[in-house]
Design a protein around this ligand. Structure first.
Ligand code: FAD
Ligand code: UQ1
Length: 451
C-alpha cells in the first residue's frame, strides 16, 4: 500500500489539469495519478480532423510530456474505488491510499449497444465516427468518396460529450459537398434521439434556421438502433414519451429527388424496459455515408462503485464538485452528474472551482461558501469551413457569452477561435491547470455591467 495526500484518477482534460495544479501547489510526492494510456488527446480537435482541416496526430501528445515531473504516474487502470477506506485499487495490484481523491475518468464509448455498429466501423469505409481516434480519419475519406444518396448523421438520446459535435460534422459535410459540386446529389439527414436540435433556445433557433436554409432534414426523437453495413442500411426507431397510443410515424426523408428509403414500417409494441418511453415504429434507411455518434457512459468501474448514483454518474455537489457522500472526494468532467453539457470548456471552469473546493476543505471551511460553479459550458458550433456559432451557457440554459457581440450569428472570427486559438489555449494553459475558463474575460469584456 502506498500513501499520498492526493490521488487523481484519469489524466484526460480534467485529471491532467488537476494533477498539474496540485503538483505545482503541494510539491513533489504529494500526488499520484492513475492513467492507463500513453497518449493524451485533445478531443475537441476531432471535429476538425473529421472535416479534413487538421491531421489527427495534432490532437495527440505523449502523456509523459504533459504530466508534471513531481507527480507519481501509475500507468494502469483503477480497478476498484473503496472510498470508505480512502483507497483506490489498480489493475497492477497497487493499493493507493489518499487524503483527497479527484476523479476524472470521463466517458467511454458504448459501441456494442448499437447492433452492427462495430462491424460497420470496421468493415464499411462509409460508416465513420469522430468520437474515436481510431476511426476519426474515416470521416473525411467518406466526404471525398461520397457520390450521391443519403448522408446520414446520428445522435443518441442519452448524454454524450460535446452535444453539438454530431451536427458540426454535418455542416462541414454540407459545405464540403457544396464546394465540390456534390450537393445536388446529396440528401443530408440528421436523425437525433433528443426532442430538440440543441438545448438552448437561442442557438436551437439559429441551427433550425440553418438546416432549413440548407435543405437538411432533421428528424427528432429518432434513434439509431442497428447498422446493416452489408446492405448499407441503418435501422431507426422513433420514440415518444408517455403517449399510450401509437402515433403516426413521421420520420421524413428529405425533399431532394429520389430519397432512398428501403423497407420499414414494422410496428413494435409495448413499453420499452417498463418505462414510459414507447417505441413507435422501426424504419430502414439506406445510407451512402453515415456519421454515427455512439452511446456513452462513465466506465463500469465507476458505475459499479459507491461513488456513483443510480444513473451511473458520480454524484457531486453541482456548485463545488465535492462528492455528495464522501467529503474528501471530488469529481470533474464528463463522469460526474453535474447537470451541464459535457465539454472541455466546462471542465476548464470546473478546474477553477475544484481548486477552491480543495482549499476550503483543507482549511475546514464550507466549500459552498467559496466555490460556486454556475454550469458554464461552451460549444463552438462549426457551421462550415469558415463559420462558427460560439454557444456558451449555464445550468439554466441561459446564454453566458464571453464577447460583447451577438454570438448567435455565424462568424469567421469564432471559427478561427476554435481552429487556431483553442488548441494553443488547451496545450499551453489548460493541461497545466492554468485555465479556469473565460469567466474573467467575460467580466472584463462586459465591463462588469452584465453577467
Ligand atoms: P476525458 O478527457 O475523456 O478523460 C478521461 C480519462 O480517464 C482518459 O484519459 C481515460 O484514459 C481515463 N480513464 C478512464 N477509465 C479509467 C480508469 N479506470 N482508471 C484510470 N483512468 C481512467 N469540448 C469542448 O469544450 N469544445 C469542443 O468543441 C468539443 N468538441 C468535441 C468533439 C468531439 C468529437 C469529442 C469526442 C469531444 C469534444 N469535446 C469538446 C468534449 C471534451 O473533449 C470532453 O468533454 C472532455 O475531454 C472531458 O474531459 P474529462 O477529463 O472528463 O474526460
Ligand atoms: C474553452 O475554455 C475550452 O477549453 C479549453 C474549449 O475547449 C476546447 C472551448 O471550446 C471553448 C469555447 C472554451 C471557452 C473559451 C473562450 C475564450 C470563449
Amino acid at each position: 500500500q502506498k500513501e499520498y495526500q492526493f490521488v487523481v484518477v484519469g489524466a484526460g482534460s480534467g485529471g491532467m489539469a488537476m494533477t498539474n495544479a496540485i503538483a505545482r501547489k503541494f510539491g513533489k510526492g504529494s500526488v499520484a495519478v492513475v492513467e492507463p494510456h500513453d497518449i493524451h488527446f485533445y478531443q475537441p480537435m476531432w471535429t476538425l480532423v473529421g472535416g479534413g482541416i487538421k491531421k489527427k496526430e495534432e490532437s495527440a501528445r505523449p502523456m509523459s510530456s504533459l504530466l508534471p515531473k513531481d507527480a507519481d504516474w501509475f500507468q494502469t487502470q483503477v480497478s476498484k474505488f473503496d472510498p470508505d477506506n480512502n483507497i483506490v485499487q489498480t489493475a497492477n495490484g497497487d493499493a493507493l491510499k489518499y487524503d483527497f481523491l479527484v476523479v476524472g475518468v470521463g466517458f467511454e464509448l458504448n459501441i456494442p449497444q448499437i447492433k452492427g455498429l462495430q462491424e460497420g466501423l470496421d468493415g464499411d469505409p462509409m460508416v465513420c465516427c469522430n468520437y474515436s481516434y481510431k476511426y476519426v480519419d474515416k470521416t473525411y475519406k467518406a466526404f471525398q468518396n461520397f457520390k450521391s444518396g443519403n448522408a446520414v448523421f446520428t445522435q443518441p438520446a442519452s448524454p454524450i460529450k460535446c452535444a453539438g459535435a454530431p451536427q458540426k460534422i454535418m455542416y462541414l459535410a454540407h459545405d464540403y459537398f457544396r464546394r465540390n459540386g456534390k450537393l445536388q446529389d446529396a440528401n443530408i439527414i440528421f436523425n437525433q434521439g433528443l426532442p430538440k436540435i440543441f438545448g438552448v433556445a437561442k442557438y436551437a433557433a439559429v441551427l433550425t434556421d440553418i438546416c432549413k436554409q440548407r435543405g437538411i432534414t432533421v428528424n427528432l426523437n429518432t434513434n439509431l438502433v442497428e447498422v446493416c453495413h452489408d446492405k448499407r442500411q441503418a435501422v431507426f426507431q422513433k420514440v415518444d414519451k408517455g403517449t399510450p397510443e401509437f402515433v403516426t410515424y413521421e420520420m421524413r426523408y428529405g425533399k431532394r429527388k429520389n430519397p432512398i428509403v428501403c423497407g420499414g414500417g414494422q410496428r413494435s409494441s409495448g413499453v420499452t424496459g417498463g418505462q414510459t418511453l414507447k417505441t413507435l415504429l422501426t424504419r430502414y434507411l439506406k445510407y451512402e455515408m453515415m456519421h454515427v455518434t455512439p452511446k456513452m457512459s462513465p466506465p463500469d468501474v465507476l458505475k459499479s462503485s459507491p461513488l456513483a448514483g443510480p444513473a451511473g454518474f458520480m454524484t457531486v455537489n453541482q456548485h463545488t464538485g465535492q462528492h455528495t457522500k464522501y467529503p474528501n472526494v471530488m469529481g470533474i468532467g464528463d463522469c460526474t452528474d453535474i447537470p451541464t453539457s459535457k465539454t472541455a470548456a466546462a471542465v476548464a471552469a470546473q478546474t477553477g472551482i475544484l481548486k477552491k473546493t480543495i482549499q476550503a476543505i483543507m482549511n475546514n471551511h464550507d466549500p459552498a461558501k467559496v466555490a460556486h460553479y454556475d454550469g458554464y459550458t461552451s460549444c463552438p458550433l462549426i457551421t462550415g469551413y469558415n463559420s462558427c456559432v460560439l454557444a456558451e451557457f449555464d445550468f439554466d440554459l441561459n446564454p453566458l457569452e464571453t464577447f460583447p457581440i451577438d454570438q448567435g450569428k455565424e462568424r469567421r472570427t469564432m471559427f478561427h477561435l476554435k481552429k487556431d486559438f483553442m488548441p494553443q489555449l488547451y496545450w499551453n494553459l489548460m493541461v497545466k491547470g492554468l485555465w479556469n475558463g473565460p469567466g474573467i474575460v467575460r467580466k472584463l469584456a462586459h465591463l462588469g455591467f452584465s453577467k
